[in-house]
Design a protein around this ligand. Structure first.
Ligand SMILES: [Zn+2]
Length: 255
């Protein structure tokens, strides 16, 4: 495939910090050095790095090829302290999806760190990072009735707009999960685009745009597969793949 001609790509991160996997059971943190390597690799592959809002805009206009967006969920304080300086140094845009009801509080899955305060969130925005909504209380919106899902999304939008004093136009669903009904609730809450995760979603639906998960320990090989949308299918059929590999090895040993 020619340079810059890959399909659109959105990557879903959380925190940026050096955290051993034993202290990070949900694999929420990427080491700064790994993030730098991943950005370098995306650029080698010819991707143009854009905010999620810009990517959604390009895709809705029939474009998006060769564009990639880095996104970070929840609003961890390291996004301001560690991520923003790296992005500024490298000239890379990004989008942070913030849980509006968690501002200033410890992260439930990583209580040794916390979510940004309102003031810190304004500083992150001033550093050029796009801010999106990620609900008020981080429920699985796909399990909520339409009215409650819409309320979670609409309230998060209002609360973040009050902090930032500007429109908040994009959203990410907690746990990357949404149904058609969640997508409708998001549209009705006033957003123009939103994303799921874990290989779900569809580039043809602005409220169900796909993202690939980037976790603590994610490899460059994994990134290569995510680029082609092949990572999730391969992981899903890992037993079949292992069996094929064993069969190949056995065949090779016979030659
Ligand atoms: Zn989240």
């Amino acid at each position: 495939m020619a340079r810059g001609s890959f399909p659109p790509l959105a990557l879903a991160y959380h925190g940026v910090a050096e955290v051993p996997l034993v202290q990070d059971p949900d694999a929420l943190f990427v080491a700064p050095a790994d993030l730098r390597r991943q950005i370098a690799r995306l650029r080698e592959w010819g991707y143009r790095l854009v905010s999620f809002g810009d990517l959604a805009g390009e895709v809705s206009g029939g474009g998006g090829s060769g564009s990639a967006a880095l996104t970070f969920d929840d609003g961890l304080v390291d996004n301001l302290e560690t991520l923003a300086p790296i992005l500024a140094e490298l000239g890379v845009p990004a989008t942070v999806f913030v849980v509006s009801g968690w501002l200033g509080r410890p992260h439930p899955a990583a209580t040794w760190t916390r979510i940004m305060t309102a003031e810190e969130l304004r500083a992150l925005r001033a550093a050029g990072i796009e801010i999106g909504a990620h609900s008020v209380t981080h429920p699985d919106l796909s399990a909520l009735p339409y009215e409650r899902a819409r309320e979670e999304l609409a309230s998060a939008k209002r609360q973040l707009e009050a902090v930032l004093e500007e429109p908040v136009e994009v959203a990410a669903y907690p746990f990357g999960r949404a149904t058609e009904e969640t997508a409708r609730a998001c549209r009705d809450a006033g957003f123009r685009a939103a994303c799921v995760a874990t290989g779900r979603g569809d580039w043809a639906d602005p409220y169900l745009l796909p993202r690939q998960d980037m976790e603590n320990g994610s490899t460059l090989l994994g990134l290569r597969l995510k680029r082609a949308g092949r990572y999730e299918p391969l992981m899903r059929f890992a037993p079949a793949r292992a069996a094929r590999r064993l069969a190949r090895r056995a065949t090779a040993a016979l030659r």
